[in-house]
Design a protein around this ligand. Structure first.
Ligand SMILES: [Zn+2]
Length: 469
């Protein structure tokens, strides 16, 4: 690295620290009047702060716009009063249902307009609104008497090469005494969402409160799964901040594809200890993305923390000792209570060395990992793998059941080294090195700086929803 690079890195460091302090102070001063635009101006982030592109040096110059933009809003009663004095257009948003008719949809949109209903039923373009399985995002604008002025629907693109990248925009517009309908296809846009929350009883309780989608909550539990046991270790007052990527159509997060939301970064404070994660993909050709902590250590592990994905279904079920023996040394496994049919996954890459029935175990799968390690999954209601099959970490091998010696549906899980049973809770800590080149290491460090700043801002705004493009 040349001296020039060094000094600009140093400058960046200082700029980020200064900016972070300033951001925190300002956020504390004006917690509720922050708008997305203000946070954007304040922090100078963009989507490019993540992934391959390091934070640009011009970040330090952007916050100056902030002060002039902060406005104390009018007293709420004044605002409501002024709303009441105008015949403002009214907006309403709904999601279409498979059973919707033109009438039922318009009714839920608070539109009282028989001519509009007839148009939606009869116009070739407009009637696409009611085709398919529902799930279309619809927004209607009416005049004061409930007549439709404009209806806008957004839903997945149909062309196979545009699914997941584009959306359909259907617009129905009043033009004088008639309606017209137009359909377009436009690209979906990625947007970074920032949320923070505090645990009061459960992870999903807290993520619901913070408006975080389930798919992101599950990624959060998975990425910290080897450090925090979300079944046992959560405490009231634990806090977290997350940023994730959401796909948007005209700025609205799409409702039809939740799984397209990747967790980009997170900080989780559990029992006073802070844990961090950041998604990073080096710009080197062919490098794969992975999660790292803020100190640059890879978070990928050879063994997953749990043989079941953390979910709304499994979150309430604790690990427990065997209900009959009550003795760890005799039992030598962990029982996970869970409803019959819950998916069971292998905790590591391996080869299936047994799949079938064994006394006591019922339907059981055993997987060999390398030379001397193996895992056992028992009492299954179904088995989805064959003996000799190679399986990737996290792939489904069967489902929870109550076969064999089981008093109720649960997964009996064992971990063996050299044929000897070991405490499974110790295996998740086994590290798997992820090598980064020096260049990628520097890229990661810069990305981490900008992300930490961003999470600080979100955390400082105490749960206020903030998002920006
Ligand atoms: Zn058991």
């Amino acid at each position: 690295m040349s001296p020039d690079t060094l000094s600009s890195d140093d400058f960046l460091d200082q700029a980020v620290v200064r900016l972070s302090l300033r951001a925190k102070r300002l956020v504390q001063r004006f917690p509720r009047s922050l708008t997305a635009a203000v946070i954007l101006a304040l922090a100078g982030f963009g989507v490019t702060a993540f992934g391959v592109a390091p934070l640009g040096i011009d970040t330090a110059t952007r916050p100056q716009a902030w002060i002039t933009e902060s406005v104390t809003p009018d007293d709420l009663s004044v605002q409501i009063q002024s709303l009441a004095n105008f015949d403002l257009p009214l907006f309403r948003n709904v999601i279409t249902r498979p059973s919707d008719t033109a009438e039922s949809l318009l009714q839920r949109l608070n539109v009282d307009d028989a001519q509009a209903a007839a148009f939606i039923r009869n116009n070739l373009t407009a009637r696409d609104l009611l085709s398919g399985r529902g799930g279309k995002m619809v927004q209607a604008r009416t005049n004061g008497s409930g007549a439709l002025e404009e209806l806008l629907a957004r839903y997945p693109a149909r062309r196979s090469d545009q699914i997941g990248t584009h959306f359909t925009r259907l617009r129905i517009l009043r033009e004088g005494d008639r309606f017209v309908a137009r359909m377009e296809v436009a690209p979906l846009e990625a947007r970074v969402e920032l949320r923070s929350g505090i645990v009061s009883d459960s992870l999903f309780g807290a993520t619901d409160e913070a408006g975080i989608p389930d798919s992101v909550a599950v990624q959060l539990a998975e990425v910290f799964g080897t450090e925090i046991n979300f079944h046992r270790d959560l405490r009231r007052g634990d806090s977290f901040t997350v940023s994730y990527e959401a796909l948007t159509a005209d700025g609205e997060p799409v409702s039809w594809n939740q799984s397209a939301r990747r967790l980009l970064a997170a900080e989780f404070v559990n029992r006073g200890r802070s844990h961090s994660a950041i998604w990073f993909q080096a710009s080197d050709k062919g490098s794969r993305g992975a999660y790292f902590d803020f100190n640059g250590r890879g978070k990928q592990r050879a063994f997953l923390a749990s043989p079941m994905e953390f979910s709304r279904i499994t979150s309430g079920f604790a690990m427990r000792f065997h209900p009959i023996l009550q003795d760890w040394r005799q039992h030598r496994g962990v029982d996970y209570g869970a409803p019959s049919g819950t998916a069971v996954r292998t905790v590591a890459y391996g080869v299936v060395d047994f799949a079938g029935w064994k006394n006591g175990y019922g339907n059981v799968v055993s997987v060999k990992h390398g030379k001397d390690r193996s895992t056992v999954y028992a009492h299954l209601s179904r088995i989805d793998v064959r003996r000799g099959q190679s399986i990737e970490q996290g792939s489904r091998i069967g489902a929870v059941g109550a076969t064999g010696w089981a008093t109720g549906p649960h997964l009996h899980f064992e971990f063996k080294v050299g044929g000897m049973q070991k405490d499974p809770s110790s295996i998740a800590a086994l590290a798997e090195a992820v090598a980064l080149t020096p260049v990628s290491g520097r890229e990661l460090a810069k990305t981490t700086q900008s992300v930490r700043l961003q999470l600080d801002v979100a955390e400082g705004s105490s749960g206020a929803v903030s998002s920006f493009e």
